[in-house]
Design a protein around this ligand. Structure first.
Ligand SMILES: [Zn+2]
Length: 497
């Protein structure tokens, strides 16, 4: 159970607030290893719920899970030139396989055994394209083997100097999909299908609205032809890249010699895609919905969806309200809901309410003797509002409330994003916005990497996406909002995590 602690208000210090919400809800903690985090049960439960939902969606779109090794021969990383450049600066390398006793005491009692040096060092996967495509080369012979649609749930390591729980850690959990296709059109369809899956997951499950679109060359995945992303706007008006889907073209197929025999008998390289979302989504969930009282968990991903808090003074009352509480719990569980019945007699009801709020529980049911006398319980929503509901209708009332809360969170987040989006921006306004409130800035882009770099250097903002048609402004910008040259695409800028 959480020990309620003081939460810094968002308006005072957003970053402190974020840390306080995590600590208060016991989602994660810093580990003895710098840069790494420990995911605590309440946080891990959210991840398990995310995994289950995403895994079902991957399987429904024809993917199967597999598992590839944690270690990758160093030479593999070197095979795709852009890829190695993208990851070289953040990989952990295993060079030895043994320790030996030194005969000394204390910390010096063991040392690396120099005779155990590996002939070829191994890198700890920062992502698994290289080892997976080495295997694809073995498994794919003919067009009949395609498409090959795999996913793996795994941990990866990217050495980070700055740690931010869930958002930036050296080791994190994720899924990485890897697929092979006969041609560009099929790979493109796959990359787009997954972008749609990610969007649906973000909106339906996390109640987190996202923009979809394509990344510019400078923000593209190392080794990809095209990178698509879902991007969300957090409550501090910073962007969060929440998931990416890459059309890798034939870059990796050529590097790893993944070829197939065509129906006509020729030999062709396959087209690959890769795509991933990570425990970073939990950071996005926290920063999208939570408030100054702590975590607000969207109902479908809440580890506890309903907390039942019976209220009593005498032992007689206790046995009465807890009996009804048990019955309600069992009815709600039969309806597939995750429920806790809080019978602790060491805490006052008010303190219990406060604690369940901090844990993000969407619905609380208060059951007191007077409520029972009138055949009702009180339904309190984490997002505000208390109403009595008839005991006989409690399952239906809770189910409706959870769905209303989910829809309400999504709408509130979407309204907030739109209120903090500026369209048709010009340079002066852009500079002001990035110095001040932040948010999504829509404007024309000339397509030049130099322009992009200059904007990043002067304002800290990057192009989050060149948005898909449904997110574009009614009026297509004609000139680059920064340099004034002709615009090639509308872009969305933001400072980002
Ligand atoms: Zn420009």
């Amino acid at each position: 159970m959480a020990q309620a602690q003081k939460i810094t208000p968002r308006a005072k210090d957003f970053s402190e607030w974020y840390g306080d919400v995590i600590a208060n809800a016991q989602l994660a903690d810093y580990s003895p290893v710098r840069g790494c985090m420990v995911i605590r049960p309440h946080g891990y439960h959210i991840w398990e719920l995310m995994q289950r939902a995403l895994d079902d969606m991957f399987k429904a779109t024809g993917h199967r899970n597999a598992y590839f090794p944690l270690f990758i021969p160093m030479s593999f990383l070197a095979k795709e030139a852009e890829h190695v450049e993208g990851f070289a600066k953040e990989v952990a390398i295993v060079t030895h396989t043994r320790l030996r006793a030194t005969g000394k005491s204390g910390a010096d009692a063991i040392a690396v055994d120099p005779t155990s040096a590996l002939e070829e060092p191994l890198v700890v996967r920062p992502t698994s394209e290289t080892i997976i495509y080495a295997m694809f080369a073995k498994w794919i012979q003919s067009y009949r083997d395609l498409p090959l649609l795999l996913n793996q749930w795994a941990n990866v390591v990217r050495w980070e100097l700055r740690t931010r729980l869930f958002l930036r850690t050296t080791e994190f959990l994720w899924q990485e999909g890897h697929t092979a296709h006969v041609d560009e059109a099929d790979a493109e369809r796959e990359a787009r299908t997954i972008l749609g899956v990610y969007r649906r997951f973000a909106e339906d499950w996390m109640a987190m609205p996202v923009l979809t679109g394509v990344k510019t060359e400078s923000e593209r995945f190392a080794g990809a032809l095209r990178t698509y992303a879902i991007e969300a706007l957090m409550q501090d008006n910073k962007g969060l890249q929440a998931g990416t889907s890459h059309n890798l073209g034939q870059n990796f197929a050529k590097a790893f010699n993944v070829q197939y025999q065509t129906a006509a008998g020729g030999l062709e390289h396959v087209w690959n895609t890769s795509w991933g979302v990570s425990t970073r989504l939990i950071g996005g969930l926290i920063m999208t919905h939570s408030d100054d009282n702590g975590l607000v968990a969207p109902p479908r991903l809440a580890p506890v969806q309903v907390a039942i808090v019976p209220i009593w003074k005498s032992e007689d009352e206790k046995s009465q309200v807890s009996g009804v509480g048990s019955q309600v719990k069992s009815d709600l569980e039969k309806a597939g809901l995750r429920v806790e019945l809080d019978l602790r007699d060491t805490m006052k009801p008010g303190a219990k309410y406060f604690e369940w709020e901090g844990l993000g529980v969407p619905v609380r049911l208060e059951i007191g003797p007077r409520d029972l006398a009138s055949g009702q319980v009180v339904l309190a929503r984490r997002t505000g509002g208390k109403t009595p509901v008839p005991l006989a209708d409690v399952v239906a009332s809770v189910t409706v409330a959870l769905e209303e809360i989910r829809a309400g969170l999504l709408k509130a987040a979407r309204d907030r994003r739109e209120q903090n989006s500026v369209r048709g921006i010009d340079k002066a306004r852009f500079i002001d916005l990035m110095k001040g409130a932040g948010g999504f800035a829509y404007g024309g882009f000339c397509g030049s990497g130099t322009c992009e770099a200059e904007i990043k250097e002067q304002t800290g903002a990057t192009i989050r996406v060149l948005p898909d048609p449904e997110f574009r402004s009614k009026e297509t910008p004609k000139t680059c909002m920064w340099c004034g040259k002709p615009s090639v695409a509308e872009a969305v800028w933001a400072q980002a995590y």
